[in-house]
Write a protein that binds this ligand. Structure first.
Ligand code: GDP
Ligand code: IMO
Ligand code: MG
Length: 428
């Protein structure tokens, strides 16, 4: 079997957690391949809302293994809190959750470095979630990092102390930055103890053996394509490869083992944190989308910036990821509009372009919109796409034509059940 991939095509928070949970019964293994607790993946069923940060979104389904891959960075403190939140649901974590020995650890000093670095950037802040993501990946590529496998080593404490010493040296350069490391270290060491109780595996071997034996695997992305370290709106990005290629390096799965690539996007667009966002609406329309969509960060609670859908941006993301099918999320949120807009082009330096340019941080990008009829009704009770208002099915067809990829899921609410599906057509 091949490994299917589900990932975000915009700036994150597209609804990955919900769709992974919906698709999990079709799979044997759900594997996160990058990112860390900067992610907040929300699932809703039986009237309960769950937010996961490090643990894959298949954890609530029986008989499915959830694997935290080598490309993920783990904060033991946040991880332990996630486990504690799951405790009331009586999930047998030890039989359902595996962690790669090669996943890197976020140290308390990584979080401090993240905060100090953001502080020093002043108005050029990335708007990081301050979970220590950047500094941890920097130590990974700088060949200084600590990995899950190291916690079983007799000289783990020595390795930890040596890295902390290095970090403390760097922190001295941030004048006026105060911190209390001892306070942070206690819970961190407790978290390490918890991690030691869980099965740490050579996940690349585990997954490749699973592929060979015909197991079905879904790779769960975090963040979104426009936050990718190489292809996103650099430098306002995260520090990992959020794209399909990240599955290969983040799980140890070869490119020829990748199957379907499910790209997920909102019927509009959001972004949280700093950085360019061509279709952002700084007006009452953007405000209304934020209100209707409850667009506040699942990890930080920050208000998300909102705007219309951006077709050149989505085309770019589809190209980079090799998307084979699409899920359109939060169609219900646009239910309050008589008409909606889709950005088809940009005007840059007086020229009309339909591709995503190299750098839009210092260049003025004016979106060109096409206005389309809205559905102007409540979609949340819909159970079949055939019963959807024509303006919604027309919007789906319009996007399929522009994006040249079939939309197989239309989501009309946060609950598992509020998910409309359609077969992949032979020809679009
Ligand atoms: P993720 O990071 O991609 O998993 O997405 P988040 O969980 O950060 O954000 C998506 C938010 O939208 C969550 O609060 C979900 O419960 C919610 N959501 C997902 N799908 C839908 C939908 O179709 N309609 C509505 N109204 N909310 C949705
Ligand atoms: P999920 O998986 C939305 C954003 C931050 C910031 C930038 C860098 O829930 O979609 P970092 O903490 O990685 O240094 O932050 O990336 N960001 C996200 N935005 N959803 C996420 O994850 C995000 N993870 C990071 O807001 O702008
Ligand atoms: Mg999220």
């Amino acid at each position: 079997m091949k490994v299917d991939v589900l990932l975000g095509l915009q700036w994150g928070d597209e609804g990955k957690g919900k769709i992974v949970d919906v698709l999990t019964p079709q799979y044997d293994i759900i594997a996160r391949f990058q990112g860390g607790p900067n992610a907040g993946h929300t699932l809703e069923f039986e009237g309960i809302k769950h937010v996961l940060h490090t643990i894959p979104s298949g954890i609530f389904r029986e008989g499915v293994i959830n694997l935290v891959g080598n490309g993920v960075v783990i904060d033991p403190v946040i991880f332990q809190k996630e486990l504690e939140k799951l405790a009331p649901f009586k999930i047998d974590i030890k039989s359902r959750l595996l962690i790669s020995k090669k996943a890197h650890l976020i140290l308390p000093t990584h979080r401090l470095l993240d905060a100090a670095s953001e502080n020093a950037k002043g108005k050029n802040k990335i708007g990081s979630t301050l979970k220590g993501i950047g500094p941890t990946y920097m130590d990974k590529t700088g060949r200084n990092g600590l990995r899950v496998g190291d916690i079983f080593s007799p000289n783990f404490k020595e390795k930890y102390d040596s890295l902390v010493e290095k970090h403390v040296g760097i922190l001295k350069h941030y004048e006026g930055f105060e911190y209390n490391l001892v306070e942070l270290e206690g819970p961190w060491m407790e978290g390490i103890e918890t991690l030691r109780q869980l099965p740490a595996v050579d996940s690349e071997h585990y997954l490749n053996a699973a592929i060979k034996s015909g197991k079905k695997i879904l790779a769960e992305g975090a963040q979104g394509t426009m936050l990718d370290i190489d292809f996103g709106t650099y430098p306002f990005v995260t520090s990992s490869n959020t794209v399909t290629a990240g599955t290969c390096t983040g799980l140890g799965v070869a490119p020829n083992k990748i199957g379907k690539v499910i790209g997920i996007f909102k019927a509009y667009c959001t972004r949280v944190g700093s950085g360019p966002f061509p279709t952002e609406l700084n007006d009452e329309v953007g405000e209304l989308i934020r209100k209707e969509g409850h667009e506040f960060g699942a990890t930080t609670g920050r208000p998300r910036r909102c705007g219309w859908i951006d077709i050149p941006q989505l085309k770019y993301a589809i190209m980079i990821n090799g998307v084979t099918e699409l899920s359109m999320m939060k169609a219900d949120v646009l239910g309050c509009f008589e008409s909606i807009k889709a950005c088809t082009h940009y005007i840059i330096n007086g020229e009309k372009v339909d591709y995503f340019p190299f750098d839009i941080n210092d260049t003025e990008v004016t979106p060109v919109y096409e206005e389309l009829p809205g559905w102007n009704c409540d979609l949340t009770q819909l159970t079949e796409l055939d019963q959807a208002p024509k303006s919604l099915t027309d919007y789906v067809k319009y996007l399929e034509q522009k994006l040249e990829v079939p939309i197989t899921v239309v989501s009309v609410g946060p609950d598992r059940k509020q998910t409309l599906t359609k077969e992949v057509p032979q020809v679009i």
